[in-house]
Design a protein around this ligand. Structure first.
Ligand code: AMP
Length: 215
């Protein structure tokens, strides 16, 4: 199954993607995670994108399209994939269509997690993750077992450098200007399912995601 999760920063794409990985047995392709790993490793890609990320701006389309193209041709994507954080511009959406056509693949579904702006900010600022297993917590809404320990036993939960109130405003601007037009883009292609998250639990959202994709 070939899926896209669409939504602003903090909409819950990563959390739902991790659940879908378990359900469907296909990989999560988080472009944010790929870029953060590149920055940490100090690679050429990392050097090119670091300043965009720290400022909450989108990295150039040609850079991210190249990254996704390389990732989609890896063997583990043969039975499907869950795109989390890509596409983020109409140009990326169009490039993805071209890539999939070249690979003789098509999209099954785009799930749009629709969350109010104030809730997004609150979620991003309180978000912490485990550096070992990747589990995502929220200090108030989904707290870890103890303030700094993951359920996997690892210590030292981390906050992303761009998960602060100033940068999140810039990321939201980028989302509204560049990414929101993709809602219409996929609606026109009859691929979009909208899930309005007005205080639903993660379990309730996952139930709706499953309904949306028919699994
Ligand atoms: P995320 O983890 O999805 O919130 O992404 C973190 C940051 O990585 C974003 O604020 C952008 O700087 C960059 N990024 C991730 N995915 C994309 C994309 N598809 N297009 C452009 N920039 C991206």
């Amino acid at each position: 199954m070939n899926l896209i999760l669409l939504g602003g920063p903090g909409a819950g794409k990563g959390t739902q993607a991790k659940r879908l990985v378990k359900l469907l047995g296909v990989p999560q392709i988080s472009t944010g995670d790929i870029l953060r790993a590149a920055v940490q490793s100090g690679s050429e890609l990392g050097k090119r994108v670091a300043s965009f990320m720290i400022e909450g701006k989108l990295v150039p389309d040609e850079v991210i399209i190249g990254v996704v193209k390389a990732r989609l041709t890896e063997a583990d994507c043969r039975n499907g994939f869950i795109l989390d954080g890509f596409p983020r511009t109409t140009a990326q959406g169009e490039a993805l269509e071209g890539l999939l056509a070249e690979m003789d693949l098509s999209l099954d579904s785009v799930v749009y997690l629709d969350v109010e702006v104030d809730t997004l900010v609150e979620r991003v600022v309180g978000r912490r993750s485990c550096p070992k297993c990747g589990e995502i917590y929220h200090l108030t809404f989904n707290p870890p077992p103890s303030s700094d320990t993951c359920s996997c036993g690892a210590n030292g939960l981390v906050q992303r450098a761009d998960d602060n109130e100033t940068t999140v405003r810039d990321r939201l601007d980028a989302y509204h200007e560049a990414t929101a037009p993709l809602i219409d883009f996929y609606e026109k292609r009859e691929k979009l399912s909208r899930i309005v998250d007005s205080g639903l639990t993660q379990d309730e959202i996952f139930t709706r995601v499953r309904e949306a994709i028919g699994r």
